[in-house]
Design a protein around this ligand. Structure first.
Ligand code: 13P
Length: 245
């Protein structure tokens, strides 16, 4: 199974910085073969700028969110169909920042993932426990609830990706231990009801950087990474890509 390294730029970047980062990455993939599938998820207004730099092929494009509906009166939202139309092949749904900032429930995340599938996009469906939940010993319960509630019935290993992002590890410099990562990834794979679970790509996210990528990516059940902060630094992001086994 080929690894997938996705860069979630979150609410960062300008037209100029997006152009520089995307063209820099395109240059690197042109010079030396990437060990992984690579996806860039910039803020929505920067998608066409990134699309123009990466061209067709080696680097994929993804949105950071989509609406559950196909179109209509939803000011500020973006449809999965439009993301597809402008060249995306992926979309992140259910990121913990959207669950927290926008009150997204499992049901909403599931509807968004279903909309993505209908539009022909691969949803990257995010799950993960908070620090309080982990300390209370509830990690497995929370992950089970999120997988049961957020993953559409028609999701398969071929059309969807899951990302495990412990909330307390995001942007904090803390990472889960490789034993904890292996345990949760194993649980997610077991719980996944869709076709082909052995080939389901499960990404780890939360303070992944060049210096820890090798250990994380070599962990059992880890098939790639969803990278925030380090994806804004071309050299560090490339170190992560190059750390894929
Ligand atoms: P950091 O890599 O900045 O911790 O962010 C992880 C994340 O939330 C990716 O979606």
């Amino acid at each position: 199974m080929k690894y997938l390294i996705a860069g979630n730029w979150k609410m960062n970047g300008t037209a100029a910085s997006a152009k520089a980062l995307a063209s820099g990455l395109a240059h690197k993939t042109g010079v030396s073969a990437a060990h992984a599938d690579i996806v860039l998820c910039p803020p929505a207004p920067l998608l066409p700028i990134v699309a123009a730099e990466i061209g067709q092929g080696l680097i994929g494009l993804g949105g950071q969110d989509c609406h559950a509906n196909e179109k209509g009166a939803h000011t500020g939202d973006v449809s999965a169909g439009l993301l597809k139309d402008i060249g995306c092949s992926f979309v992140i749904v259910g990121h913990s920042e959207r669950r927290a900032d926008h009150g997204e429930t499992d049901a909403i995340v599931k509807a968004k993932a279903a909309a993505a599938l209908k539009a022909g996009l691969t949803p990257i469906i995010c799950v993960g426990e908070t620090e309080a939940e982990r300390e209370a010993g509830k990690t497995a319960t929370i992950i089970a609830r999120q997988i049961a509630g957020s993953v559409p019935e028609n999701a398969t290993a071929a059309n969807a990706v899951i990302a495990y992002e412990p909330v307390w590890a995001i942007g904090t410099g803390k990472t889960a231990t490789t034993d904890d990562i292996a345990a949760v990834h194993g649980q997610i794979r077991n719980l996944f009801n869709g076709e082909g679970k052995a080939n389901l790509r499960i990404l780890y996210g939360g303070s992944v950087k060049g210096s820890n990528a090798q250990a994380i990516l070599a962990t059992a059940g880890v098939n790639g990474a969803l990278v925030g902060g380090a994806s804004l630094d071309l050299e560090d992001f490339w170190r992560i890509i190059s750390a894929c086994p």
